[in-house]
Design a protein around this ligand. Structure first.
Ligand code: PLP
Length: 404
């Protein structure tokens, strides 16, 4: 008898970025030269002092279960980080250490959503939000942030999207995939709408916090409006800032009622985040932070290069992102064109497939992020790789013809 999967498995799909990476890997196995500009993780090495702290933790035998919610030292360090860097006051008891920020988001949704509850997900969005909402029986409601608004959610659009069933607004700044960074005045516009709707909770996904290219650091939304703290979950982690994606270490800070519920779920599913990763995160948060700014500068240089290069290619338009390590490229100018093989490019899926097949460049179609016709290109790659990718895209676009 065949295994019967739960109905919720019909609603969710595997991550499109993994699918794109798999496709690129398959072509590489066939001997094709592929420039991969897909990944959502730093290409840089984890700082040596963090590796040392993890090694030391192994030597000391820190290989057993820790407290479910995280070690007291790490929770204290996170509390210190939130105070020092964000001006937020959270006692350790209101902080949960999780196996990656992803797990924090998932458990927050699982702990709060009933069938049909709505979660507002501004598009373009990180691919996992809608599927996580669906997996938790909720209904993701997409609200588009248009390119002319810097891909950001407008207060009017937020107000229109809120219904009595709305439970959460998930806001990701700096954003994956658009790189949008909300300014204080943009936050204030959204805060005003949230003030008028006390049943809506705010989840701020701050995983790209330190990869930001704006001169002025916006104050945290909860500093702008402390009144929202009782219904906000702050989500963050060490994956992107310290190049620790594989160590799976994130955290959330919020009201006790929610943190306790998430901790209960964690205790019955994954248990504590990896003990060694917690030791590494402790060293990351309490250690020298100079590398953080150095890395942001590196990503800024790559951003500048890729924006410059792609904007010289007819049919592409590359807005300038203010943060994260992606560009979100408008490819509407290529639609309707004919490939050398005689196929018409009808949508961003076709464009991405063409770039992969014709030029050996792997990027991800905008439809995966809820806003077309675009593609996401990751700048978490060396300057040489980025240049090679741009050269190939340029050549592939030049090979297109107008259809009759
Ligand atoms: N949030 C966003 C917007 C992301 O892009 C990612 C990773 O790609 C995550 C959260 C997950 O982070 P973590 O590796 O800590 O689970």
């Amino acid at each position: 008898m065949s295994l019967r999967l739960a109905a919720r498995m019909q609603r969710i799909k595997p991550s499109p970025s993994s699918a794109a990476a798999d496709r690129a890997a398959a072509l590489r196995r066939e001997g094709r030269s592929i420039v991969g500009l897909v990944v959502g993780e730093p290409d840089l090495d984890m700082p040596a002092h963090i590796a040392e702290a993890i090694t030391e933790a192994v030597r000391r035998g820190q290989t057993r279960y820790t407290q479910n919610a995280g070690t007291p030292e790490l929770r204290a360090a996170i509390s210190g980080k939130l105070s020092r860097e964000n001006g937020l006051d959270y006692p350790a008891s209101q902080i949960l250490v999780t196996p990656g920020a992803k797990s924090a988001i998932f458990n927050a949704l699982l702990a709060t959503l009933e069938q049909g509850d709505e979660v507002l997900v501004p598009a373009p969005y990180w691919v996992s939000y809608p599927d996580m909402v669906l997996a938790c029986d909720g209904t993701p409601v997409t609200v588009v942030g248009h390119e002319q608004d810097g891909f950001k959610l407008r207060p009017e659009a937020l107000a229109r999207a809120i219904t009595p069933r709305t439970r959460w607004l998930i806001l990701n700044s700096p954003s994956n995939p658009s790189g949008a960074v909300y300014s204080e005045s943009e936050w204030l516009g959204l805060i005003e709408v949230l003030r008028a709707h006390p049943h809506v909770w705010l989840m701020t996904d701050e995983i790209y916090e330190h990869i930001r290219f704006t001169d002025h650091e916006p104050r945290h939304p909860l500093v702008l409006e402390p009144g929202l703290k009782a219904r906000t979950l702050v989500v963050n982690g060490v994956s992107k800032t310290y190049a620790m994606t594989g160590l799976r270490l994130g955290y959330a800070a919020g009201p006790s009622i929610l943190i306790d519920a998430m901790a209960a779920l964690q205790s019955q599913s994954t248990s504590n985040a990896c003990s060694l990763s917690q030791a590494g995160a402790l060293a990351a948060l309490n250690g020298d932070q100079s590398l953080v700014a150095d890395n942001a500068e590196l990503y800024r240089q790559r951003r500048d290069r890729v924006v410059l290069r792609l904007n010289t290619i007819p049919g592409l338009r590359c807005p300038v992102p203010d943060g994260a390590f992606y560009v979100y490229v408008h490819c509407g100018g290529l639609l309707g064109k004919l490939t050398p093989q005689g196929h018409v490019l009808n949508n961003d899926d076709d464009v991405v497939m063409y770039l992969l097949e014709q030029a050996g460049v792997a990027v991800i179609p905008g439809h995966a992020y809820g806003l077309s016709p675009y593609f996401r290109l990751s700048t978490a790659a060396s300057m040489q790789t980025i240049d090679e990718g741009c050269d190939r895209i340029d050549a592939a676009v030049a090979a297109l013809r107008d259809s009759a």
